[in-house]
Design a protein around this ligand. Structure first.
Ligand code: TYD
Length: 211
């Protein structure tokens, strides 16, 4: 079996976890061995970096430091988990990946899309998911969904304007890279979203393997 690498993206509160679970069940039925992982995190070291990044006490963290820490967590995850899994023919589903940095650090923080790609090219050596799924949601709705949860982390605690730049940033990227990024409205019923994801994976990846 050929490895399969799918990333799910979207603003805070878009419902990625539910879709990841449905996708995992679908790919298991297809016979894949699955690795589900998340960013920042997924390895002992990357989870330790996550604790630093999301710690609300660290208000003084510079934007550059933030970008580099996300990239560091990602480099470790790729080397330790993702590359070996893909090599072994497994399916990797990642809750957030490169596009999160492009949107949150590159666009919402304003560090620039090209800067984010450059830093991450060093970290990833060109690795990209075969398909990135964007669960598209307005910032207001995302924050409303999150507010029902316990405590907000350092990123979630950013204001509405920041999260509006995130939502807009995702749309900009998805429009620019239609082949690589598929945009689905997160307000659709979960079964409908899942059906669209399955269709995209079959049309764009699995059917092509069989040719
Ligand atoms: P997490 O709780 O995993 O997000 P969610 O549950 O909303 O998916 O927290 C990760 C936070 O880090 C989230 O606010 C998005 C942000 N982030 C970045 O800013 N850049 C990145 O490269 C990644 C991976 C996440």
């Amino acid at each position: 079996m050929q490895g399969l690498f799918i990333a799910l993206e979207g603003p805070d509160g878009a419902g990625k976890s539910t879709q990841i679970q449905l996708l995992q069940e679908y790919l298991e039925k297809k016979g894949y061995e699955i690795i589900v992982t998340r960013e920042p995190g997924g390895t002992v070291i990357s989870e330790a970096v996550r604790q630093i990044i999301l710690n609300k006490e660290y208000r003084e963290m510079s934007e550059k430091t933030e970008l580099l820490l996300y990239a560091a967590a990602r480099a470790q995850l790729v080397e330790e988990i993702i590359r070996p899994a893909l090599k072994a023919g497994k399916a990797v589903i990642c809750d957030r990946f490169l596009e999160s940095s492009v949107v949150y650090q590159g666009i919402a923080r304003g560090l620039g899309v090209d800067t984010v790609y450059a830093v991450n090219d060093f970290a990833l050596e060109g690795l990209r998911p075969q398909l990135t799924i964007l669960l598209d949601l307005d910032a207001e709705e995302g924050l409303r969904r999150k507010k029902n949860q316990a405590e907000l982390d350092r990123m979630e605690a950013e204001g509405l304007e920041f999260h509006q730049r995130v939502a807009e940033g995702y749309r900009f990227l998805a429009d620019r890279e239609k082949e690589r990024i598929m945009r689905i409205s997160a307000t659709l019923p979960k079964e409908e979203i899942h059906a669209k994801i399955v269709l995209a994976i079959e049309e764009r990846i699995l059917n092509r393997y069989q040719i």
